[in-house]
Write a protein that binds this ligand. Sequence first.
Ligand code: UTP
Length: 295
Amino acid sequence: MNQKVTKAIFPVAGLGTRFLPATKSIPKEIMTLVDRPLIQYAIDEARDAGIEEFIFVTSRGKSALSDYFDDSPVLEAELQRKNKTELLEVLRTTNMESGQIAYVRQAGAKGLGHAVSCARRLVHDEPFAVILPDDVIMSDKPCLAQMMEAHAETGGSMVAAMEVRPEETSSYGILEVDDTASQAMKVRGMVEKPRSEDAPSNLAVIGRYILSPNIMNSLSGLGAGAGGEIQLTDAIAREIDGEGVHAFRFEGQRYDCGSKAGFLQATVAFGLAREDLRDELAGFIADLRLSQSQA
Ligand code: UTP
């Protein structure tokens, strides 16, 4: 029986340069998809997968993120006074219990691997999950919960994987796997951001991981990798010949909300998935297409 995973790391210390100038003062993770910040989707997914401790790796200029999880007594009192019970309920689902959240600081954006290693003292010797909030996944069963189930069987480390277009391999960690037909595939090799001609496949790692505590040791001995950053992929690759790594082909649609086009696509998809918005939004899109085809 593999050890239960109850801790998740949320690396949110990146600079978010692709969303400048917005990210000059708004952390990317607090930007809203319909009416909830990206970080709320990540928290909900983690909770659903049984996570009990939420560890944020933050940096300068991210105070809006920690404020978001505090309760808001003035707002709550006002909603109560006006009898707006539904909104009150929405607000309360965002509160986190005292002691459930921990914040560690990353001094300088030295890469995802470095960000994860900043949480090593809070993780101790337990397996842990990592969620990148800018990867938002729409699915019936949340992605991390799907992975937890598979991980209970495989143990070791596990990364979420999906096929990308050949010209996109240079933006991802790319996997070499054995049994391409199964949902949890044994990983033989991993390389960070290869050019398409050097990529072993077009199976890419996206922002959900369940990792062995060994990763923390590997990270502390790692130098800069691709792009001059300390890469999480490099530390996970060291596990291939150790406890093993599996790539999990999740069910669902992933949106890259770290990019402008991905964020816009997610906004439309999540808007259309909402009963209260669907008709109006679908009507608007149909009118827009019609007027464009006539132009
Ligand atoms: P990205 O590669 O998307 O970088 O990081 P970024 O800084 O957020 O955005 P751009 O590329 O400048 O637009 C993926 C995840 O890793 C975190 C980010 O916050 C994001 O959740 N990260 C990245 C860190 O926490 N620290 C780092 O040093 C780098």
